[in-house]
Design a protein around this ligand. Sequence first.
Ligand code: ATP
Length: 319
Amino acid sequence: MKRIGVLTSGGDSPGMNAAIRAVVRKAIYHDIEVYGIYYGYAGLISGNIQKLEVGSVGDIIHRGGTMLYTARCEEFRTEEGQLKGVEQLKKFGIEGLVVIGGDGSFQGAKKLTEHGFPTVGVPGTIDNDISGTDFTIGFDTALNTVIDAIDKIRDTATSHERTYVIEVMGRDAGDIALWSGLADGAETILIPEEKYDIDDVLKRLKRGHDRGKTHSIIVVAEGAASGVEIGKIIDERAGLETRVTVLGHIQRGGSPTASDRVLASRLGAYAVELLLDGEAGKMVGVQKNELVSHSFDDALKFEHKLDINMYNLSKELSI
Ligand code: ATP
C-alpha cells in the first residue's frame, strides 16, 4: 500500500483532529502518502480530495471539530453512491481508507469493504455508543464540558434553593447522562436504557427535601425524556421551584481533553497499522486499555451496553 485516504463523517467530536493527525503522521512515518477527503462521504462522492503533508496536520491536536469537515450524505446510503466513492478513490490512486465517525459512518465503511475497498473505522462520537470499544473519541471531553456546566448550575441552585433539570445529549445511549450524573452527584439520572417512574423521581426529590436538602440536580438524557417536560411536572406536582437547562451543542465543541487526545492518537495510528497489515473491514477500539479490533460485522451487530452497575451505584449514592 502506497497511498491511503482519511475522512471524518457524521457528528463531529473533540479529538477527531488528533485522530486525523495520527493517521497522517503514522502513514508518512511509514513512507505512505495520505489524502484527506473533505466533508465525509459527500466529499468522497464528489472527489473533494487533497494530499496532506506532515505540516498539514500541525497545530490541530488541541482543536475541537474536524479540519476535514464532516457531513451527512444520503446518497452514500445507495449502492450507486458507494460505487461512485470507490471510483473516486481509485481515480486518486488511494488503496486504503480510514473512516473516523460513529456507527452510521461504520455502516458506510462496511459497504466500502463489501465493494472490495480496504477500509478501517476509528470510533469518533461524543455518545460513547459503539460496541467493541470501551470509549469513543470525544466522550471524555463532552463529559467534562457537561460537568463544568453542572458545577456552575449547582452554585446557583444552592444560592437560590432550586431544583435544576439538566438535559444532556444521548438519543439512544445514556452514557453522558450517567457518567456526568454520577460525577456530579445528581439526585436522579434518566437514561434511555432504563424505564423511569415519575412518581419515583418525585418521591426521591421529596425525600431529599424532607431531610433538609436545599437544592436538587436531575440529569436527563435527551432520549429518555424532555427536560422541559420533566421540569414542568416537578414544578406542578412537587411544588418545587424548578429551572431547566438544555445543554445542546456546547457538548460537541471545545478543546479535547488529554484522555481524548491520547485515545485518538493511539486509535488513529493503529488504524494505519491494520491497513498496512492487510487487515481491513474492521473498526479499532480500546478495551481494558488494550488496543483491539473487531470486524464491522461484529461491531455493528452487538448493541452498545451501558454499565448498569454504575447506574445502580448512582442510585445508592444519591439517597
Ligand atoms: P454520530 O454517532 O455522531 O451521529 P454517525 O457516524 O453515526 O455519527 P450518521 O449520520 O448515522 O452519523 O452516519 C453518517 C453517514 O454515514 C451518513 O450520512 C451516510 O452517508 C453514512 N451511512 C450511514 N448509514 C449508512 C448505511 N447503512 N449505508 C451506507 N452509508 C451509511
